[in-house]
Design a protein around this ligand. Structure first.
Ligand code: CP
Ligand code: NVA
Length: 304
């Protein structure tokens, strides 16, 4: 049966660890310029409703490096933009492609695709989740802190798609997750409930200073996600106390790292001194998207 990755909980703990092991292996091979092309003859479709730098380019180059091909599509260029249904588009694309990654405004669009496609479907970011991001982030964290068991990850800012994926990850992986978000900007209550019921160590606080105390990882994302531009002014006002500054970083563990999924809005959620500072691992984090997604493609295409 085909597998999809719509949210982290579509994977077991063992599968997540397996993907990270493979991603590390692929990273090492890439560094040593060893050619590995098991996906010759396979085609990845990328259907993106929103802009992307990292996800699009890492999936595209990753697929090329594995020997495969890529077709990039935006809805406006497809009959989808003229009213062909998502269901029919999914059925048709399944006849040409081997795997499909989707970036959509509404998570339900990806769910409908997954239901009607006969090929694996990957969530390349929706309004609810960004699973590829946090898988690669976990790999980056493990490069610095190999023992995950008591690693304290603090997400500061908006309880958005990336924050929700962190909650999802905490259901599968034994990290200590603290979210520091303004009241009313928490991830969905049912997701937090699900995490708590599963025994995940997830805590929600509103004070960023209290939250980052002893943090091994201080993580943030933009305050205004794609599709929320009309709320910009209001959001900037509400989120200003959640900016990651050197003084906030000084409250974390002395060996803490700073992470950001990028793109960053410098001067908003993070200042230059932090993102360009010695604790920042954001470029390694961006690179790891490539290696992790290569492992994911191999996994979903039954090669590992
Ligand atoms: N982090 C991330 O998904 O970046 P892009 O929007 O550039 O793909
Ligand atoms: N939360 C951001 C993440 C971008 C990678 C957004 O949805 O725009």
């Amino acid at each position: 049966m085909k597998r999809d990755l719509l949210e982290i909980t579509d994977l077991s703990r063992e599968e997540i660890r397996w993907l990270i092991d493979w991603a590390r292996r692929l990273k090492d091979q890439q560094r040593r310029a060893i050619s590995y092309r098991p996906l010759v003859g396979k085609t990845l479709g990328l259907l993106f409703e929103k802009p992307s730098t990292r996800t699009r380019v890492s999936f595209q180059t990753g697929m090329y490096q594995l020997g495969g091909d890529v077709v990039f599509m935006s809805p406006q260029e497809l009959q989808l933009g003229r009213g062909e249904t998502v269901e029919d588009t999914a059925r048709v694309l399944s006849r040409y492609l081997d795997v499909l990654a989707l970036r959509t405004y509404s998570h339900s669009t990806i769910e409908i695709f997954a239901r009607h496609a006969s090929i694996p479907v990957i969530n390349a970011l929706s309004d609810k989740f960004h699973p590829c991001q946090v898988l690669a982030d976990l790999m980056t964290i493990q490069e610095v802190f190999p023992e995950l068991e008591d690693t304290k990850v603090v997400f500061v800012g908006d309880g958005n798609n990336v924050a929700s994926s962190w909650v999802n990850l905490a259901i599968r992986i034994p990290i200590r997750l603290t979210l520091a978000v303004p009241p009313g900007y928490e991830p969905p209550a049912d997701l937090i409930e699900q995490a708590k019921r599963s025994g995940a160590r997830v805590e929600i606080l509103h004070d960023p200073l209290e939250a980052v105390d002893g943090a091994h990882v201080v993580y943030t994302d933009v305050w205004v996600s794609m599709g929320q531009d009309r709320e910009r002014r209001e959001r900037i006002r509400i989120f200003t106390p959640y900016r990651v500054t050197p003084s906030l970083m000084s409250m974390a563990h002395p060996s803490a790292i700073f992470m950001h999924c990028l793109p960053a809005h410098r001067g908003e959620e993070v200042v230059d001194e932090v993102i360009d500072g010695s604790q920042s691992v954001v470029w390694e984090q961006a690179e790891n998207r490539l290696h992790l997604q290569k492992a994911l493609l191999l996994f979903l295409l039954g090669q590992i």
